[in-house]
Design a protein around this ligand. Structure first.
Ligand code: DC
Length: 228
């Protein structure tokens, strides 16, 4: 039994399902801390690349991850900023290349093990929304609320495309859809902590829903589960 005064909310799901947007709005609505665990894997991929490490070298990446200083701060818009060794890398981790790298480094058990303690420390006091791939299955199997947020691959590709365009980046919709499908296969097919809903997760398909509606459902769900 846990003794947390406020719940841990786990939001897992594939790339582009709306997790980041929904997790941020949910955290803001509840006054909870948001932990974007994908940003940690992205920070590992980016810093490894800059040090000339191969994304395929599990033992070296595990060693590298253990020495990294990864921290979150809250940006002016409330979104989390990722600091790697004291430097804000939030913008640099949001490229398609680093997304691919994060998916590749996250296959290694050494990397997952090196990030596990940090994720647990960030969430242990409750009052937190953690978003990722294995929060409800591995990081917080005892989370009070577990949601698996998903959507069709075309819808997710279009959302990612709109996001990149809104940030002024070039984007090719067909390429994004195929990269997301490839990343899904890699994340769901890996041997350690594969992407899958926890047995006790609520599965929400956001394909035909505005993300605002999803946030409303999530807020209601957390309030109901925490008796308030
Ligand atoms: O959510 P994201 O796109 O920022 O995640 C980047 C990659 O990190 C994703 O393809 C798989 C990996 N990841 C993971 O393995 N476990 C998590 N809890 C979060 C992300």
């Amino acid at each position: 039994m846990t003794t947390r005064a406020r719940p841990v909310v786990a939001i897992d799901g594939p790339a582009g399902a709306g997790k980041s947007t929904c997790a941020l709005r949910l955290a803001q609505a509840l006054g909870f801390v948001l932990v974007d665990t994908g940003a940690l894997y992205r920070g590992v991929a980016l810093s490894a690349q800059e040090r000339g490490l191969e994304w395929t070298d599990g033992p070296a990446l595990g060693e590298h991850t253990r020495t990294l200083d990864l921290r979150f701060e809250t940006g002016v818009d409330g979104a989390p900023l990722l600091f790697v060794d004291g430097v804000d890398r939030s913008g640099d981790i949001r490229t398609q290349e680093i997304a691919r790298g994060a998916s590749t480094v996250s296959k290694h058990p050494e990397v997952r093990a090196a990030l596990l303690g940090l994720q647990r420390r960030l969430g242990e006091d409750g009052g937190v929304v953690l978003e990722g791939r294995d929060i409800g299955t591995v990081v917080f199997p005892d989370a009070e609320v577990k949601v698996f947020l998903t959507a069709g691959v075309e819808v997710r590709g279009k959302r990612r495309y709109d996001e990149l365009r809104a940030r002024g980046q070039d984007a090719d919709l067909a390429k994004i859809v195929s990269e997301i499908a490839e990343r899904d296969a890699q994340d769901a097919g890996r041997a350690v902590a594969p992407l899958r809903p926890a047995d006790d997760a609520i599965v929400l398909d956001s394909s035909a829903l505005q993300l605002e509606r999803v946030v409303e459902q999530l807020v209601a769900l957390v309030r109901q589960r925490s008796g308030g």
